[in-house]
Design a protein around this ligand. Structure first.
Ligand code: PEP
Ligand code: MG
Length: 544
């Protein structure tokens, strides 16, 4: 038996086999060939194989997710047959006498560059498609292809690190736990694990990745941050016992379902849940959350291969609102950028992406993306109790511009005869120190604030939330953070707005009393933390 230790990001015990997550990176070498005809035949064979694969994926997608979502694979098939694309590959092989792999990779780079530099967002998004089809061909040429995760049993996913875009694409039904060699507790992958209710450990180190093998038996202890490989009987027994006791505790918490979120002296608070997709709604209802305090809508973009259309977004928002049956649902407009990268947005590489072109900054400079999302949101508003909030706000001018766009979208929809709710609340996230400091100016302009403590912490303490080395400096209970929250609460209430917290700190029960004393009206946490926070609230006496 071997034991490795990292940091826990979500508790729970998982027992199963390891699957090492492999990125399919393809390294292409340029080699001279004498027989160019042979290379052309190899390209043709890889292309035929790719067409067959895409046809199969298209049909599967058509059955499972409908025609609109399946269309992308049809586009890929068309691109594979594109004359310019094929001619470029042929020319490179014949004129330079080089291998098929190099010709495909070079063509892919040239076409990607060309699409990325186009003005039109739709054309820019095609850059990712060229990359996709070229990589598919390269994989087909590659002798070790097909090394994919194809398991029927649930597995423990081990990776050096996982980007949010990789995590969302994993088949959640098959994941028992996540273990990564690197990563930080406030990264979106950690947040996803919490939302998915999956034991997760980060920062176990590089040796771990070198020493484990696919199929190794393992136990993940998400409470202590330990992972045991090929555990002995004694460890297995101990952890099985721990698993049983954890389940018992969870069952006890279930008794709090249906009870009020009220302190001993009668102060009420709303406890809502954070979600990243429609799939999380089951957990929201199961844990008796009073509403959804943060729907990270960008995951919809991360799960797509192209900009989700108004219809696709409308269908998702409507489903969430209908499932919540009149309970509050706060949907945050997309927060793409920083660690949440999507190829088809064609974003440039940045030195400091967290302080760069992300969230509302993209929305305000690429209004067609923002308007599509707002139209979908307002149309869906007729199906429930919607609130819309805007991320990364730093000024009243930004907010003014947003409110004007919302007005235009509403009038436009009314003009089209669309049914929209008249009571959609609008709010801003307080996740930059600037927003907290000018919260007295922002509050009169909105219905609510929601404090994003993850970003507020990184920007206030100058601690990159993606960098695990900085974690020791990142004191989430820092007086500066607490003062900014308290100040925002005071300003919100002065101007008749309400205030919630939706960052990970909302689930930190050692601060629940502090938040209640500040007058926080709502705490929004991962679904599985709702009852724990309720239990804490019910034990607090603010009159003491
Ligand atoms: C936050 O910053 O606290 C927040 C809730 O947003 P995200 O974690 O998605 O950046
Ligand atoms: Mg944030």
């Amino acid at each position: 038996m071997k034991k490795y230790t990292g940091r826990s990001v979500y508790g729970g015990i998982a027992i199963g086999r390891i699957t090492v997550f492999k990125r399919q990176e393809i390294f292409v070498k340029r080699t001279h060939v004498a027989d160019t005809e042979h290379e052309l035949q190899r390209v043709e064979a890889a292309k035929e194989q790719a067409l067959g694969q895409l046809r199969a994926v298209y049909e599967k997608a058509l059955r499972e997710v409908g025609e609109t979502n399946a269309q992308i694979f049809e586009i890929h098939m068309m691109m594979l047959e594109d004359e310019d694309y094929n001619e470029s590959i042929r020319n490179i092989i014949e004129s330079q006498s080089v291998n098929a792999e190099y010709a495909i990779a070079a063509t892919s780079d040239n076409f990607t560059e060309m699409f990325s530099s186009m003005e039109d967002a739709y054309m820019q998004a095609r850059a990712a498609d060229v990359c996709d089809i070229s990589n598919r061909m390269l994989r087909n040429l590659h002798t070790d292809s097909g090394e994919q995760m194809m398991h029927d049993e649930k597995v423990i996913i081990c990776a050096d690190d996982l980007a949010p875009s990789e995590t969302v694409l994993l088949d959640k039904e098959k994941v028992l736990a996540f273990v990564t060699a690197h990563g930080s507790s406030n990264s979106h992958t950690a947040i996803l694990a919490r939302n998915m209710n999956i034991p997760a450990i980060i920062g176990v180190g590089d040796t771990f990745m070198k020493e484990i093998n696919n199929g190794d038996e393992a136990i993940v202890d998400g409470f202590t941050g330990e992972i045991f490989i090929n555990p002995d009987t004694e460890t297995l027994q101990q952890l099985l016992e721990k698993q049983r006791s954890d389940e018992k505790k969870k069952k006890l918490l279930q008794e709090l379902k249906g009870k009020e979120n009220v302190t001993l002296d009668g102060t009420q608070i709303n406890i809502y849940a954070n979600i990243g997709s429609v799939e999380n709604i089951g957990a929201v209802l199961l844990n008796d959350a009073g509403g959804i305090g943060l729907f990270r809508s960008e995951f919809l973009y991360l799960e797509s291969k192209d900009f989700p259309t108004e219809e696709q977004q409308f269908a998702v928002y409507k489903k969430v609102l209908e499932s919540m049956a009149g309970k509050k649902v706060i949907i945050r407009t997309m927060d793409i950028g920083a660690d949440k990268q999507v190829d088809y947005f064609g974003l440039k590489k940045e030195e400091n992406p967290a302080m760069g072109y992300r969230a509302i900054r993209i929305c305000l400079t690429r209004p067609e993306i923002f308007r599509t999302q707002l139209r979908a949101l307002y149309r869906a508003s007729a199906y429930g109790n919607l609130g819309i909030m805007f991320p990364m706000i730093t000024s009243t001018a930004e907010l003014q511009q947003i409110l004007e766009i919302c007005d235009t979208v509403r009038s436009e929809l009314r003009g089209e005869g669309a049914e929209i709710s008249e009571t959609v609340e609008l709010g801003v996230m307080i996740e930059t120190p600037a927003a907290a400091i000018i919260s007295d100016l922002l509050a009169p302009m909105v219905d609510f604030f929601s404090v994003g403590t993850n970003d507020l912490t990184q920007y206030t303490l100058a601690c990159d939330r993606q960098n695990p080395e900085i974690e020791p400096f990142c004191d989430t209970h820092h007086e500066a953070i607490l003062r900014l929250i308290s100040m925002s609460a005071e300003n919100a209430h002065k101007h008749g707005a309400w205030i919630g917290i939706c960052g990970e700190l909302a689930a930190d029960t050692s601060l629940t009393e502090t938040f209640l004393r500040m007058g926080i009206d709502e705490l929004s946490v991962s679904p599985s933390f709702v009852l724990k926070v309720r239990e804490t609230v019910r034990g607090i006496d603010l009159s003491e």
